[in-house]
Design a protein around this ligand. Structure first.
Ligand SMILES: [Cu+2]
Length: 139
């Protein structure tokens, strides 16, 4: 299994590639589950990137503020040995998904490339554990 890592200087282009892989049903991103998630931080990672952690099958925040109208990287630190992910939905009923994060077991971190979100309030959750939920406010 190749262990090459890519600097991902041009996150937008990399995102397109990963999206294409995901669309083909591949397990790209190293996390399984068909979602997106880089196993190393992109070189362009903003110092104030939003972060979430999972500890004892709970998120450490139930609200996350992100910039609107611009792609961002959500840093997700899974400190549990069980698998988690972060997926983002347009609605509180989790019907309209706008981002699917790869599921992975910890302790490990993934860097999720989230596409630009219009201003508003979104819902996030771990798709495995129904109790792990919160809101994302893009502004
Ligand atoms: Cu979970």
């Amino acid at each position: 299994m190749p262990a090459r890592t890519t600097p991902l200087r041009r996150l937008g282009r990399a995102l397109g590639v990963v999206l294409a892989v995901a669309a083909c049903g591949g397990g790209g991103g190293g996390g399984g589950g068909g979602g997106l998630g880089f196993a190393s931080p992109p070189a362009s990672l903003a110092p104030n990137s939003p972060t979430l952690s999972a500890v004892n099958v709970a998120f450490d925040h139930d609200q996350v503020a992100v910039p609107a109208n611009t792609p961002f990287v959500l840093v997700f630190d899974n400190r549990d040995s069980v698998g988690h992910n972060v997926s983002i939905y347009h609605d509180a009923a989790y019907q309209q998904r706008v981002f699917l994060g790869s599921i992975f077991s910890g302790p490990s971190t993934r860097w999720y490339p989230v596409p630009a979100l219009a201003p508003g309030t979104y819902s996030f959750r771990c798709d495995i554990h129904a109790n792990m939920t919160g809101t994302i406010v893009a502004s």
